[in-house]
Design a protein around this ligand. Structure first.
Ligand code: NAD
Length: 462
């Protein structure tokens, strides 16, 4: 094939862009002192990514997956050491889940209409450089998962990670850039600053080269992003209730709920945060939780002490978030056996340990007089987040009624919450669930814009 002048120009431009990208001054790929420099580097990398074939993008993603698996334990340990939250074993599983089940370029598809008047396509095109804000609860998991999806969509990404998890986030950002370089791609497909602050976040949100911002975190950050004047993907807070009715396999429900609730010490936003059970099954459910699932029953006095510590001064105590049950109990002077995984108690829905999104293995159980009452209480407890909810029932009518009433992005039936992430359940993985803005479980296609491409009166060959 002869090389045209425009092809030569393209190659020259690409080489120039590669040469112009400043080396990150911090010794880590993609890590800059100033947010504006980080964005500039991501923009230059984006000019290269834009011209890459889907196959080249996929090669980089394959290399990222490989490196995640090789470094899963390192990142899991780093995340726990840096934030003091979660547990290493579950974090290793989460990293493997990201590597195995985050969709790549196969998620970028085309819709076509062909007929007498020609051929029309809807194609998914990149936004360019995406701004991403990430939480401390799943720091490297979110950076890695976002990067795979955003790159598959043809974008590069600027992260403003949670300051409490910056070391772990930087490790993940460096890793994806190393993978890109190894696979023949550019440096700086993902970038960040050494010291992320609200100021660097503001610079990012206002920057002319950032058309889309994806925020994963609590209500404050989602509101900030949705007020930025830019398109925003808002993956906000949840407080997922698990409803149990009288048709459920109660023994299995107890096991599933405790497994979901204790996964990574309850850090995932999708994890069971409280239970609402119909009165006739509450005692049996708690019996199985206590006798077969390593739960600790907190007395009224212990609940009060926990409330004082966990919600000190009426505010969520960050020192308790993501801690294991034994540590939480030790904070109120209880020396629990080593096997204890979860603290349970029965209480009204207004109990502060039930109504607040705690992100720790404390599971309040609310008694409902019948199924309708259970649905009403669960909807109240979800606080209109429309995030995640779970149910244990074999009654299809009940499940349908609950699904319609609670209206969440995720509804797991008869399984632990993490099956919604593809862990022991069907479907793909994500750590950015856009509950508030409605995209639901994000994937590569979420990070693209739809383009209509019309050929008039031709190319229909039927
Ligand atoms: P957080 O809200 O404290 O922080 C999240 C990110 O937002 C951090 O990077 C933080 O620096 C930034 N931030 C906070 N306020 C901001 C503001 N006003 N402007 C700009 N940036 C701001 O949350 P966290 O403790 O790191 O994570 C836990 C919360 O995130 C929980 O509420 C959990 O439900 C939610 N979460 C949601 C998802 C989801 O996919 N929907 C995933 C993980 C966590």
């Amino acid at each position: 094939m002869p090389i045209s002048e425009s092809m030569v120009q393209d190659i020259v431009q690409e080489v120039m862009a590669k040469m112009q990208i400043a080396d990150a001054p911090t010794g880590k790929h993609g890590v800059f002192k100033e947010m504006n420099d980080a964005i500039e580097a991501a923009k230059k990398a984006e000019l290269i990514v834009k011209k890459m074939s889907m196959d080249q993008r996929e090669k980089i993603i394959t290399c990222i997956r490989k490196k995640i698996k090789e470094n899963a334990e390192v990142m899991a340990r780093m995340g726990v050491d840096e934030t003091g939250m979660g547990n290493v074993g579950d974090k290793i599983l989460k990293h493997h889940l990201v590597a195995d089940k985050t969709p790549g370029t196969e998620d970028i598809t085309t819709t076509a209409w062909s007929g007498d008047r020609g051929l029309t396509l809807i194609e998914m095109g990149p936004f360019g450089v995406i701004g991403a804000i990430t939480p401390c609860t799943n720091p490297s998991e979110t950076v890695l998962c976002n990067t795979i999806g955003m790159l598959a969509g043809g974008n590069t990404v600027v992260f403003n990670p949670h300051p409490a998890a910056i070391k772990t986030s930087i490790f993940a950002i460096n890793l994806v850039n190393e993978a890109s370089l190894e696979a023949g791609g550019p440096d700086n497909i993902a970038v960040t600053v050494e010291k992320p602050t609200l100021e660097t976040s503001n610079i990012m949100m206002k920057h002319k080269d950032i058309p889309l911002i994806a925020a994963t975190g609590g209500p404050g950050v989602v509101t900030a992003v949705l007020s930025s004047g830019k398109r925003g993907i808002g993956a906000g807070a949840g407080n997922p209730p698990a409803v149990v009715d009288e048709t459920a396999d109660i023994r299995k429900a107890a096991q599933d709920i405790v497994n979901g609730c204790t996964f990574d010490n309850n850090l995932p936003c999708i994890a069971e945060k409280e239970v609402v059970a119909v009165s006739s099954v509450v005692d049996e459910l708690m019996h199985y939780m206590l006798t077969e699932n390593d739960c600790y029953l907190a007395s009224k006095e212990e609940q009060d002490k926990l409330t004082e510590v966990v919600l000190a001064g009426g505010k969520l105590n960050r020192k308790c978030v993501g801690r294991d049950a034994k540590t939480l109990l030790s904070m109120i002077g209880v020396n629990a056996p080593a096997n204890i995984r979860c603290i349970i108690f029965e209480g009204p829905k207004e109990h502060p340990l039930i109504t607040t999104e705690l992100m720790m293995p404390i599971l309040g159980i609310v008694r409902a007089k019948d199924f309708d009452d259970a649905v009403e209480q669960a909807v109240w407890l979800e606080h209109g987040n429309r995030h995640s909810a779970h149910i244990h029932s074999k009654n299809v009518d009940n499940i349908t009624k609950y699904a319609k009433a609670i209206d969440t992005a995720i509804l797991v039936k008869n399984g632990p919450s993490y099956s919604a992430l593809g862990f022991g359940g069907e479907g793909y993985c994500t750590f950015t669930i856009a509950s508030r803005t409605g995209e639901g479980l994000t994937s590569a296609s979420t990070f693209t814009k739809r383009r209509r491409c019309v050929m008039s009166d031709s190319l229909c060959i039927r």
